[in-house]
Design a protein around this ligand. Structure first.
Ligand SMILES: Nc1ncnc2c1ncn2[C@@H]1O[C@H](COP(=O)(O)OP(=O)(O)O)[C@@H](O)[C@H]1O
Ligand SMILES: [Mg+2]
Length: 485
Protein backbone atom coordinates (compact mmCIF):
# COMPACT_ATOMS: atom_id res chain seq x y z
CA UNK A 1 0.00 0.00 0.00
CA UNK A 2 1.08 3.53 -0.71
CA UNK A 3 1.47 6.18 1.94
CA UNK A 4 2.00 3.59 4.59
CA UNK A 5 3.79 6.13 6.79
CA UNK A 6 0.75 8.34 6.89
CA UNK A 7 -1.49 5.41 7.57
CA UNK A 8 0.78 4.28 10.40
CA UNK A 9 -0.08 7.47 12.31
CA UNK A 10 -3.80 7.37 11.69
CA UNK A 11 -5.56 7.69 15.10
CA UNK A 12 -8.49 5.54 16.26
CA UNK A 13 -8.45 3.45 13.15
CA UNK A 14 -6.81 0.16 12.19
CA UNK A 15 -6.73 -1.02 8.60
CA UNK A 16 -6.17 -4.69 7.99
CA UNK A 17 -4.96 -5.64 4.55
CA UNK A 18 -5.51 -9.29 3.70
CA UNK A 19 -5.53 -11.46 0.65
CA UNK A 20 -8.76 -13.09 -0.48
CA UNK A 21 -7.56 -16.36 1.11
CA UNK A 22 -7.61 -14.42 4.42
CA UNK A 23 -3.85 -14.25 4.94
CA UNK A 24 -3.00 -11.05 6.74
CA UNK A 25 -0.68 -8.88 4.63
CA UNK A 26 -0.35 -5.76 6.75
CA UNK A 27 -1.83 -3.76 9.63
CA UNK A 28 -1.93 0.05 9.65
CA UNK A 29 -2.80 2.68 12.24
CA UNK A 30 -1.43 4.26 15.42
CA UNK A 31 -3.06 1.62 17.59
CA UNK A 32 -1.11 -1.08 15.72
CA UNK A 33 2.14 0.53 16.91
CA UNK A 34 0.88 1.18 20.40
CA UNK A 35 -0.55 -2.25 20.88
CA UNK A 36 2.44 -3.99 19.21
CA UNK A 37 0.15 -5.82 16.86
CA UNK A 38 2.80 -5.77 14.16
CA UNK A 39 4.71 -8.76 15.41
CA UNK A 40 1.63 -10.77 15.88
CA UNK A 41 0.07 -10.65 12.45
CA UNK A 42 3.06 -12.18 10.74
CA UNK A 43 1.90 -15.25 8.91
CA UNK A 44 -1.43 -15.04 10.60
CA UNK A 45 -4.80 -15.47 8.95
CA UNK A 46 -8.04 -13.70 9.77
CA UNK A 47 -9.14 -16.67 11.86
CA UNK A 48 -6.04 -16.58 14.03
CA UNK A 49 -6.09 -12.76 14.43
CA UNK A 50 -9.50 -12.85 16.14
CA UNK A 51 -11.08 -15.30 18.50
CA UNK A 52 -13.46 -17.86 17.11
CA UNK A 53 -16.67 -15.98 17.91
CA UNK A 54 -15.48 -12.67 16.44
CA UNK A 55 -14.16 -14.46 13.38
CA UNK A 56 -17.56 -16.09 12.85
CA UNK A 57 -19.26 -12.73 13.23
CA UNK A 58 -16.95 -11.20 10.61
CA UNK A 59 -17.48 -14.06 8.20
CA UNK A 60 -21.23 -13.75 8.59
CA UNK A 61 -20.94 -9.98 8.12
CA UNK A 62 -19.15 -10.52 4.77
CA UNK A 63 -22.17 -12.46 3.55
CA UNK A 64 -24.80 -9.90 4.51
CA UNK A 65 -25.49 -6.38 3.26
CA UNK A 66 -25.05 -4.81 6.65
CA UNK A 67 -23.10 -1.54 6.58
CA UNK A 68 -20.99 -2.14 9.64
CA UNK A 69 -20.35 -4.53 12.46
CA UNK A 70 -19.19 -3.73 15.99
CA UNK A 71 -16.63 -6.21 17.26
CA UNK A 72 -14.70 -6.51 20.50
CA UNK A 73 -10.94 -6.87 20.05
CA UNK A 74 -8.06 -6.39 22.49
CA UNK A 75 -10.36 -4.87 25.14
CA UNK A 76 -11.65 -2.33 22.66
CA UNK A 77 -14.70 -1.94 20.51
CA UNK A 78 -14.33 -1.39 16.76
CA UNK A 79 -16.80 -0.46 14.11
CA UNK A 80 -15.88 -2.70 11.20
CA UNK A 81 -16.36 -1.99 7.48
CA UNK A 82 -14.53 -3.54 4.54
CA UNK A 83 -13.73 -3.10 0.94
CA UNK A 84 -12.81 -5.71 -1.65
CA UNK A 85 -10.20 -4.70 -4.20
CA UNK A 86 -11.08 -7.42 -6.73
CA UNK A 87 -8.22 -6.73 -9.18
CA UNK A 88 -5.53 -6.96 -6.56
CA UNK A 89 -7.29 -9.83 -4.81
CA UNK A 90 -7.12 -7.85 -1.63
CA UNK A 91 -9.66 -7.14 1.08
CA UNK A 92 -9.26 -4.07 3.29
CA UNK A 93 -10.90 -4.16 6.73
CA UNK A 94 -11.43 -0.77 8.39
CA UNK A 95 -11.72 -0.85 12.18
CA UNK A 96 -12.81 2.40 13.83
CA UNK A 97 -12.21 2.53 17.56
CA UNK A 98 -15.62 3.18 19.10
CA UNK A 99 -14.70 2.16 22.67
CA UNK A 100 -15.22 5.67 24.04
CA UNK A 101 -18.51 6.09 22.22
CA UNK A 102 -19.57 2.73 23.51
CA UNK A 103 -18.70 3.67 27.06
CA UNK A 104 -20.56 6.94 26.72
CA UNK A 105 -23.51 5.20 25.18
CA UNK A 106 -23.53 2.63 27.97
CA UNK A 107 -23.49 5.44 30.52
CA UNK A 108 -26.22 7.21 28.62
CA UNK A 109 -28.27 4.06 28.55
CA UNK A 110 -27.92 3.48 32.25
CA UNK A 111 -28.72 7.14 33.06
CA UNK A 112 -31.68 6.93 30.75
CA UNK A 113 -33.04 3.82 32.42
CA UNK A 114 -32.38 5.41 35.81
CA UNK A 115 -34.25 8.49 34.66
CA UNK A 116 -37.09 6.34 33.41
CA UNK A 117 -37.36 4.50 36.70
CA UNK A 118 -37.23 7.83 38.59
CA UNK A 119 -39.94 9.14 36.33
CA UNK A 120 -41.99 6.06 37.03
CA UNK A 121 -41.37 6.50 40.75
CA UNK A 122 -42.38 10.16 40.60
CA UNK A 123 -45.42 9.30 38.56
CA UNK A 124 -46.49 6.81 41.23
CA UNK A 125 -45.90 9.35 43.97
CA UNK A 126 -47.89 11.92 42.01
CA UNK A 127 -50.72 9.52 41.39
CA UNK A 128 -50.81 8.14 44.91
CA UNK A 129 -50.57 11.59 46.50
CA UNK A 130 -53.67 12.56 48.43
CA UNK A 131 -53.37 16.04 47.01
CA UNK A 132 -54.00 17.40 43.56
CA UNK A 133 -50.69 17.99 41.80
CA UNK A 134 -50.67 19.75 38.47
CA UNK A 135 -48.25 21.51 36.19
CA UNK A 136 -49.32 24.71 34.49
CA UNK A 137 -47.78 26.88 31.82
CA UNK A 138 -47.21 30.59 32.56
CA UNK A 139 -50.81 31.35 31.57
CA UNK A 140 -52.18 28.84 34.03
CA UNK A 141 -53.10 26.26 31.34
CA UNK A 142 -52.85 22.64 32.47
CA UNK A 143 -49.91 20.67 31.09
CA UNK A 144 -50.22 17.78 33.48
CA UNK A 145 -52.41 16.75 36.40
CA UNK A 146 -52.20 13.72 38.65
CA UNK A 147 -55.07 11.27 39.06
CA UNK A 148 -56.13 12.84 42.34
CA UNK A 149 -56.55 16.24 40.73
CA UNK A 150 -58.41 14.72 37.77
CA UNK A 151 -60.78 12.88 40.10
CA UNK A 152 -61.23 15.90 42.33
CA UNK A 153 -62.15 18.16 39.43
CA UNK A 154 -63.92 15.38 37.48
CA UNK A 155 -61.91 16.09 34.29
CA UNK A 156 -59.76 13.67 32.29
CA UNK A 157 -56.20 14.71 31.50
CA UNK A 158 -57.18 15.33 27.90
CA UNK A 159 -60.02 17.63 28.91
CA UNK A 160 -57.78 19.44 31.37
CA UNK A 161 -55.30 20.42 28.65
CA UNK A 162 -58.03 22.71 27.30
CA UNK A 163 -58.62 24.30 30.74
CA UNK A 164 -56.67 26.62 33.00
CA UNK A 165 -56.63 27.09 36.75
CA UNK A 166 -58.49 30.33 36.04
CA UNK A 167 -61.28 28.71 34.03
CA UNK A 168 -61.83 26.14 36.80
CA UNK A 169 -62.31 28.87 39.42
CA UNK A 170 -65.71 30.12 40.47
CA UNK A 171 -66.34 33.48 38.73
CA UNK A 172 -65.45 35.62 41.74
CA UNK A 173 -62.08 33.86 42.03
CA UNK A 174 -61.10 34.11 38.34
CA UNK A 175 -59.21 37.37 38.78
CA UNK A 176 -57.55 36.41 42.09
CA UNK A 177 -56.42 33.13 40.45
CA UNK A 178 -54.86 35.03 37.59
CA UNK A 179 -53.08 37.29 40.07
CA UNK A 180 -51.91 34.23 42.02
CA UNK A 181 -50.28 32.75 38.89
CA UNK A 182 -48.58 36.07 38.14
CA UNK A 183 -47.38 36.40 41.72
CA UNK A 184 -46.00 32.86 41.71
CA UNK A 185 -44.00 33.72 38.57
CA UNK A 186 -42.85 37.01 40.08
CA UNK A 187 -41.94 35.83 43.59
CA UNK A 188 -41.13 32.17 42.93
CA UNK A 189 -44.00 30.78 44.95
CA UNK A 190 -47.19 31.52 46.82
CA UNK A 191 -48.67 29.42 49.58
CA UNK A 192 -52.11 28.41 50.81
CA UNK A 193 -54.08 30.59 48.46
CA UNK A 194 -57.72 29.74 49.23
CA UNK A 195 -60.40 29.84 46.61
CA UNK A 196 -63.51 28.14 45.33
CA UNK A 197 -63.18 25.87 42.29
CA UNK A 198 -66.05 24.47 40.26
CA UNK A 199 -65.93 20.79 39.27
CA UNK A 200 -67.03 19.61 35.84
CA UNK A 201 -70.48 18.74 37.21
CA UNK A 202 -70.75 22.22 38.74
CA UNK A 203 -70.08 21.42 42.39
CA UNK A 204 -68.24 24.19 44.27
CA UNK A 205 -65.16 23.02 46.09
CA UNK A 206 -63.14 24.95 48.69
CA UNK A 207 -59.50 24.57 47.79
CA UNK A 208 -56.19 25.64 49.22
CA UNK A 209 -53.44 26.04 46.64
CA UNK A 210 -49.69 26.37 46.78
CA UNK A 211 -47.89 27.40 43.60
CA UNK A 212 -44.17 27.20 42.84
CA UNK A 213 -42.59 28.58 39.69
CA UNK A 214 -39.99 26.36 37.96
CA UNK A 215 -37.96 29.04 36.21
CA UNK A 216 -35.82 26.61 34.17
CA UNK A 217 -38.95 25.20 32.52
CA UNK A 218 -41.10 28.32 32.73
CA UNK A 219 -43.78 26.17 34.33
CA UNK A 220 -45.75 26.29 37.54
CA UNK A 221 -46.27 23.35 39.81
CA UNK A 222 -49.53 23.61 41.73
CA UNK A 223 -50.57 21.59 44.78
CA UNK A 224 -54.29 21.67 45.48
CA UNK A 225 -55.99 20.43 48.68
CA UNK A 226 -59.71 20.08 48.99
CA UNK A 227 -60.59 21.89 52.23
CA UNK A 228 -64.37 21.77 51.83
CA UNK A 229 -64.68 19.30 54.72
CA UNK A 230 -62.29 21.33 56.89
CA UNK A 231 -64.34 24.46 56.31
CA UNK A 232 -67.57 22.60 57.02
CA UNK A 233 -65.99 21.23 60.18
CA UNK A 234 -64.78 24.67 61.24
CA UNK A 235 -68.25 26.10 60.67
CA UNK A 236 -69.72 23.28 62.71
CA UNK A 237 -67.19 23.93 65.47
CA UNK A 238 -67.98 27.64 65.45
CA UNK A 239 -71.69 26.88 65.78
CA UNK A 240 -71.01 24.41 68.57
CA UNK A 241 -68.88 26.94 70.41
CA UNK A 242 -71.64 29.53 70.03
CA UNK A 243 -74.20 27.05 71.40
CA UNK A 244 -71.88 26.12 74.28
CA UNK A 245 -71.29 29.77 75.11
CA UNK A 246 -75.04 30.40 75.06
CA UNK A 247 -75.60 27.37 77.28
CA UNK A 248 -72.91 28.52 79.68
CA UNK A 249 -74.33 32.01 79.85
CA UNK A 250 -77.72 30.51 80.53
CA UNK A 251 -76.22 28.19 83.12
CA UNK A 252 -74.38 31.10 84.63
CA UNK A 253 -77.60 33.08 84.89
CA UNK A 254 -79.33 30.11 86.49
CA UNK A 255 -76.51 29.92 89.02
CA UNK A 256 -76.66 33.64 89.77
CA UNK A 257 -80.34 33.20 90.37
CA UNK A 258 -79.79 30.14 92.55
CA UNK A 259 -77.16 31.94 94.55
CA UNK A 260 -79.49 34.81 95.18
CA UNK A 261 -82.24 32.38 96.19
CA UNK A 262 -79.84 30.59 98.53
CA UNK A 263 -78.75 33.86 100.05
CA UNK A 264 -82.39 34.82 100.38
CA UNK A 265 -83.12 31.59 102.25
CA UNK A 266 -80.29 32.36 104.65
CA UNK A 267 -81.66 35.92 104.93
CA UNK A 268 -85.20 34.80 105.81
CA UNK A 269 -83.61 33.06 108.78
CA UNK A 270 -81.94 36.32 109.66
CA UNK A 271 -85.16 38.32 109.34
CA UNK A 272 -86.88 35.85 111.62
CA UNK A 273 -84.15 36.45 114.19
CA UNK A 274 -84.10 40.21 113.66
CA UNK A 275 -87.83 40.41 114.11
CA UNK A 276 -88.21 38.00 116.98
CA UNK A 277 -87.12 40.52 119.57
CA UNK A 278 -89.15 43.56 118.40
CA UNK A 279 -92.16 41.29 117.86
CA UNK A 280 -91.83 40.04 121.43
CA UNK A 281 -91.66 43.63 122.66
CA UNK A 282 -94.71 44.57 120.61
CA UNK A 283 -96.57 41.62 122.12
CA UNK A 284 -95.73 42.76 125.60
CA UNK A 285 -96.79 46.34 124.82
CA UNK A 286 -100.10 45.13 123.42
CA UNK A 287 -100.68 43.08 126.55
CA UNK A 288 -99.88 46.26 128.53
CA UNK A 289 -102.40 48.19 126.42
CA UNK A 290 -105.15 45.71 127.26
CA UNK A 291 -104.28 46.21 130.89
CA UNK A 292 -104.46 50.02 130.53
CA UNK A 293 -107.76 49.88 128.67
CA UNK A 294 -109.34 48.27 131.74
CA UNK A 295 -108.49 51.37 133.77
CA UNK A 296 -111.02 54.21 133.82
CA UNK A 297 -108.72 57.07 133.22
CA UNK A 298 -106.27 56.81 130.36
CA UNK A 299 -102.94 58.50 130.88
CA UNK A 300 -102.30 60.37 127.61
CA UNK A 301 -98.59 60.82 128.29
CA UNK A 302 -98.22 57.14 128.93
CA UNK A 303 -100.05 56.37 125.70
CA UNK A 304 -97.73 58.71 123.82
CA UNK A 305 -94.75 56.90 125.30
CA UNK A 306 -96.20 53.56 124.17
CA UNK A 307 -96.90 54.98 120.73
CA UNK A 308 -93.33 56.11 120.24
CA UNK A 309 -92.02 52.77 121.43
CA UNK A 310 -94.30 50.95 118.98
CA UNK A 311 -93.22 53.29 116.20
CA UNK A 312 -89.57 52.68 117.01
CA UNK A 313 -89.98 48.88 116.78
CA UNK A 314 -91.96 49.19 113.56
CA UNK A 315 -89.32 51.51 112.17
CA UNK A 316 -86.58 49.04 113.06
CA UNK A 317 -88.50 46.22 111.44
CA UNK A 318 -89.18 48.16 108.28
CA UNK A 319 -85.51 49.18 108.25
CA UNK A 320 -84.45 45.52 108.24
CA UNK A 321 -86.84 44.81 105.39
CA UNK A 322 -85.39 47.79 103.48
CA UNK A 323 -81.91 46.49 104.12
CA UNK A 324 -82.83 43.09 102.78
CA UNK A 325 -84.65 44.39 99.76
CA UNK A 326 -81.74 46.67 98.91
CA UNK A 327 -79.51 43.68 99.31
CA UNK A 328 -81.23 41.74 96.59
CA UNK A 329 -81.15 44.50 94.05
CA UNK A 330 -78.62 43.74 91.31
CA UNK A 331 -76.02 46.39 90.61
CA UNK A 332 -76.21 47.11 86.93
CA UNK A 333 -73.12 49.19 86.43
CA UNK A 334 -69.79 49.46 88.14
CA UNK A 335 -69.68 52.24 90.65
CA UNK A 336 -67.19 53.64 93.11
CA UNK A 337 -68.17 52.40 96.54
CA UNK A 338 -66.71 52.32 100.01
CA UNK A 339 -65.99 48.74 100.97
CA UNK A 340 -66.16 49.48 104.72
CA UNK A 341 -69.74 50.72 104.28
CA UNK A 342 -70.58 47.61 102.28
CA UNK A 343 -69.07 45.34 104.93
CA UNK A 344 -71.04 47.17 107.64
CA UNK A 345 -74.25 46.84 105.58
CA UNK A 346 -73.69 43.10 105.37
CA UNK A 347 -72.96 42.81 109.08
CA UNK A 348 -76.13 44.65 109.94
CA UNK A 349 -78.14 41.92 108.25
CA UNK A 350 -76.65 39.14 110.33
CA UNK A 351 -75.83 40.98 113.55
CA UNK A 352 -78.66 39.53 115.60
CA UNK A 353 -77.81 35.96 114.62
CA UNK A 354 -74.16 36.53 115.53
CA UNK A 355 -75.18 37.83 118.94
CA UNK A 356 -77.53 34.88 119.47
CA UNK A 357 -74.61 32.53 118.89
CA UNK A 358 -72.33 34.59 121.03
CA UNK A 359 -70.00 35.39 118.19
CA UNK A 360 -67.94 38.58 118.34
CA UNK A 361 -67.19 40.24 115.07
CA UNK A 362 -64.44 42.83 114.85
CA UNK A 363 -63.25 44.99 111.99
CA UNK A 364 -59.59 45.99 112.10
CA UNK A 365 -57.89 48.23 109.63
CA UNK A 366 -54.74 50.21 109.17
CA UNK A 367 -54.90 54.01 109.27
CA UNK A 368 -55.33 56.26 106.25
CA UNK A 369 -56.81 53.61 104.06
CA UNK A 370 -58.32 54.43 100.72
CA UNK A 371 -61.48 52.37 100.94
CA UNK A 372 -62.93 53.24 97.57
CA UNK A 373 -63.19 50.51 94.99
CA UNK A 374 -64.73 50.40 91.52
CA UNK A 375 -67.19 47.53 91.14
CA UNK A 376 -70.60 46.14 91.95
CA UNK A 377 -71.49 47.17 95.51
CA UNK A 378 -74.46 44.84 95.95
CA UNK A 379 -72.62 41.80 94.67
CA UNK A 380 -69.68 42.60 96.91
CA UNK A 381 -72.03 42.82 99.90
CA UNK A 382 -73.43 39.45 98.99
CA UNK A 383 -69.89 37.99 99.03
CA UNK A 384 -69.13 39.42 102.49
CA UNK A 385 -72.46 38.25 103.87
CA UNK A 386 -71.86 34.72 102.58
CA UNK A 387 -68.39 34.67 104.14
CA UNK A 388 -69.68 35.81 107.51
CA UNK A 389 -72.60 33.40 107.31
CA UNK A 390 -70.22 30.53 106.46
CA UNK A 391 -67.90 31.50 109.33
CA UNK A 392 -70.86 31.66 111.72
CA UNK A 393 -72.12 28.24 110.61
CA UNK A 394 -68.63 26.75 111.01
CA UNK A 395 -68.41 28.13 114.57
CA UNK A 396 -71.88 26.84 115.38
CA UNK A 397 -71.12 23.42 113.90
CA UNK A 398 -68.14 22.85 116.23
CA UNK A 399 -70.16 24.27 119.14
CA UNK A 400 -67.50 26.88 119.84
CA UNK A 401 -68.71 28.88 122.83
CA UNK A 402 -66.46 31.86 122.21
CA UNK A 403 -66.92 32.41 118.47
CA UNK A 404 -64.77 35.05 116.80
CA UNK A 405 -64.83 36.55 113.34
CA UNK A 406 -62.15 39.08 112.51
CA UNK A 407 -62.24 41.22 109.41
CA UNK A 408 -58.91 42.85 108.54
CA UNK A 409 -58.63 45.50 105.87
CA UNK A 410 -55.16 46.34 104.57
CA UNK A 411 -53.60 48.26 101.77
CA UNK A 412 -51.29 46.17 99.66
CA UNK A 413 -49.63 48.52 97.14
CA UNK A 414 -52.47 49.41 94.81
CA UNK A 415 -54.70 46.65 96.09
CA UNK A 416 -57.11 46.46 98.95
CA UNK A 417 -56.85 43.24 100.90
CA UNK A 418 -59.74 42.02 103.01
CA UNK A 419 -59.22 39.02 105.29
CA UNK A 420 -62.08 37.23 107.01
CA UNK A 421 -60.77 34.98 109.75
CA UNK A 422 -62.82 32.73 112.02
CA UNK A 423 -62.27 30.17 114.75
CA UNK A 424 -64.74 27.64 113.35
CA UNK A 425 -62.23 24.79 112.99
CA UNK A 426 -61.25 25.40 109.36
CA UNK A 427 -61.72 23.29 106.25
CA UNK A 428 -60.62 19.66 106.00
CA UNK A 429 -57.76 18.83 103.62
CA UNK A 430 -60.14 16.66 101.65
CA UNK A 431 -62.74 19.41 101.15
CA UNK A 432 -60.27 22.22 100.53
CA UNK A 433 -59.98 21.71 96.75
CA UNK A 434 -63.74 21.49 96.36
CA UNK A 435 -65.18 24.38 98.33
CA UNK A 436 -65.33 26.75 95.34
CA UNK A 437 -67.07 24.14 93.18
CA UNK A 438 -70.70 24.88 92.41
CA UNK A 439 -73.11 22.88 94.59
CA UNK A 440 -70.39 21.66 96.95
CA UNK A 441 -71.72 21.83 100.49
CA UNK A 442 -71.24 20.00 103.77
CA UNK A 443 -74.42 21.42 105.26
CA UNK A 444 -77.74 19.58 105.44
CA UNK A 445 -79.63 22.46 103.93
CA UNK A 446 -76.71 24.10 102.16
CA UNK A 447 -76.85 25.14 98.51
CA UNK A 448 -73.11 25.02 97.86
CA UNK A 449 -73.46 27.99 95.58
CA UNK A 450 -72.20 30.77 97.88
CA UNK A 451 -68.45 30.39 97.47
CA UNK A 452 -68.69 29.55 93.78
CA UNK A 453 -70.63 32.74 93.19
CA UNK A 454 -68.28 34.71 95.46
CA UNK A 455 -65.36 33.63 93.31
CA UNK A 456 -67.18 34.53 90.10
CA UNK A 457 -68.09 37.96 91.51
CA UNK A 458 -64.62 38.80 92.85
CA UNK A 459 -62.51 37.30 90.08
CA UNK A 460 -64.63 37.61 86.95
CA UNK A 461 -66.78 40.66 87.63
CA UNK A 462 -64.31 42.69 89.71
CA UNK A 463 -60.92 41.46 88.40
CA UNK A 464 -59.86 40.55 91.93
CA UNK A 465 -58.70 37.41 93.69
CA UNK A 466 -60.41 35.20 96.26
CA UNK A 467 -58.33 32.63 98.15
CA UNK A 468 -58.68 30.47 101.22
CA UNK A 469 -56.35 28.85 103.73
CA UNK A 470 -56.60 27.35 107.18
CA UNK A 471 -55.26 29.31 110.11
CA UNK A 472 -54.71 28.16 113.68
CA UNK A 473 -58.26 27.21 114.70
CA UNK A 474 -60.23 28.29 111.70
CA UNK A 475 -60.37 29.43 108.12
CA UNK A 476 -59.11 32.59 106.48
CA UNK A 477 -60.65 33.92 103.31
CA UNK A 478 -58.69 36.65 101.50
CA UNK A 479 -60.14 39.02 98.95
CA UNK A 480 -57.84 41.19 96.85
CA UNK A 481 -59.30 44.08 94.90
CA UNK A 482 -57.47 46.29 92.45
CA UNK A 483 -57.98 49.97 93.11
CA UNK A 484 -56.54 51.21 89.85
CA UNK A 485 -57.65 49.13 86.90
N1 LIG B 1 -65.39 29.61 107.15
C1 LIG B 1 -65.52 28.31 106.84
N2 LIG B 1 -65.10 27.35 107.69
C2 LIG B 1 -65.22 26.04 107.40
N3 LIG B 1 -65.79 25.57 106.24
C3 LIG B 1 -66.25 26.49 105.37
C4 LIG B 1 -66.15 27.89 105.62
N4 LIG B 1 -66.68 28.53 104.54
C5 LIG B 1 -67.10 27.58 103.68
N5 LIG B 1 -66.85 26.34 104.16
C6 LIG B 1 -67.16 25.07 103.51
O1 LIG B 1 -67.44 25.31 102.15
C7 LIG B 1 -68.69 24.76 101.79
C8 LIG B 1 -69.30 25.59 100.67
O2 LIG B 1 -69.69 26.86 101.09
P1 LIG B 1 -70.74 27.66 100.24
O3 LIG B 1 -70.31 27.64 98.83
O4 LIG B 1 -70.93 28.99 100.85
O5 LIG B 1 -72.05 26.78 100.31
P2 LIG B 1 -72.98 26.47 101.55
O6 LIG B 1 -72.75 27.58 102.54
O7 LIG B 1 -74.35 26.46 100.99
O8 LIG B 1 -72.55 25.14 102.05
C9 LIG B 1 -69.46 24.75 103.06
O9 LIG B 1 -70.49 23.79 103.03
C10 LIG B 1 -68.38 24.41 104.08
O10 LIG B 1 -68.14 23.03 104.12
MG1 LIG C 1 -72.53 29.65 102.17
Amino acid sequence: MKNTKILAHMPNTIIIEMSTDETILALYGRDVEEMCLNKEYDKKTLSTLFNQQTYNEIKYFFETDENSLVIQWNQKYYDLTYKRLEEEKIILLYLFDVTRYNQIEEKLQSSLSELLSKKEELQTVFDLAANGISILDRNGMFLYANKFFQNMMEYTMEELTRESCISLSSPEYAQPSKTAVQKAIEYGSIEKFQKVCITKSGIPLNASMSLAYLASRDEIIMITSDITEDIKYQDKLKKQVAIEVAKRTEQHEVMCHQSRLAAMGEMIDSIAHQWRQPLNSLGIIIQGLRHISKQNEIDIDFLKEIESEIMEKIHYMSQTIDDFSMFFRISKEKENFNILESIKDAIRLIDVQLKNHNITLKINMTDNLNLMVLGFANEFRQVILNMIHNAMMAIVSIKEKDGKIDILIKQNRKNLQIEIIDNGGGISKENMPKIFDPYFTTKDKGSGIGLYMSKVIIENHMNGLLAVKNKKDGAQFTIMLQQEQ
